[in-house]
Design a protein around this ligand. Sequence first.
Ligand SMILES: C[S@@+](CC[C@H](N)C(=O)[O-])C[C@H]1O[C@@H](n2cnc3c(N)ncnc32)[C@H](O)[C@@H]1O
Length: 294
Amino acid sequence: MSEMPQQVALNRIIEGDSFKLIQQVPDKSVNLLITDPPYFLNTATKKDVSAGINGETWDDARILLETDPALKAEYADESTTTDRRLTILSILKQKFFEHFLEVIEPKMADDSAMIVFNRYANVQIMRNWLKKSPKIKDKWIVDSTFEWAKTNPQPTLDPKYWSEYALIATNSFATTQRTIANLAENYVDNTTIDNTFVTTRPKNKSYVYGDNGAKHATPKPFDLWSYLIRRFSNPEDLLLDPFSGSGTTAITATDLGRNFYAFELDEKQFKASSKRLDEFKKNRGKSIFLGLHS
Ligand SMILES: C[S@@+](CC[C@H](N)C(=O)[O-])C[C@H]1O[C@@H](n2cnc3c(N)ncnc32)[C@H](O)[C@@H]1O
């Protein structure tokens, strides 16, 4: 007798590799995908010393070499030029984002929306795939790219990364109409300008959010997340964030009465963000610390 596939738990953060866990999410169940996968900003081809943002390895494009033994061997070969190494990483990044959408797409409900933050180039890869993949051609309406403009970008970062971008796509006329109605309802003066949202990046000192010293390099601001969730979903809808990080989606979804699946690979992040979610639930209704803006 074949065993029924195990289904992941709702409304708590689950530790593990999202590409495996997503298989346990029922098909056509998710109303809103809201997430930011690794941006793979770090390619470190010249010095091969530092890895990832603030020493964290998840944003290092070189981890993608593990997914392709032939390209990994070519990358490691001493005669391979820096240009070719960068091309290899570009090929692997493209494969990552296309595979990600391929795995996610069947999980999306018939009347749903996707919001995926990333650097502009990777958003373009996802836009192209959604528009051109023969399997789902004409299914998704890809909105103009959404921009989060930071009032306090990291000054040491290349200015081309001072804003972050998101793919926004909907798969039915009803969803599109609803998001337009919700946009009017949730308009925040001076903050939302069409598809640009201006707000402050959570500050450095508040990266530490766990009593085990856990910190996250790239927590998303709650006001941005709250605006997007209100605009693109309804109360009691099911949200999915396969790259949960510090738990921004889990906490905002709880706050706004949405259900969620949230997955996080890193054990330390998983533990600290689960505790953060528990504390949020315990203190709901009180005047509490919610944001990372303090
Ligand atoms: C850009 S961060 C997400 C930040 C999050 N939006 C927040 O507000 O805190 C990406 C996260 O994805 C996690 N991650 C990377 N690969 C993963 C995978 N295969 N499965 C689950 N989580 C993964 C990383 O550990 C990292 O915490």
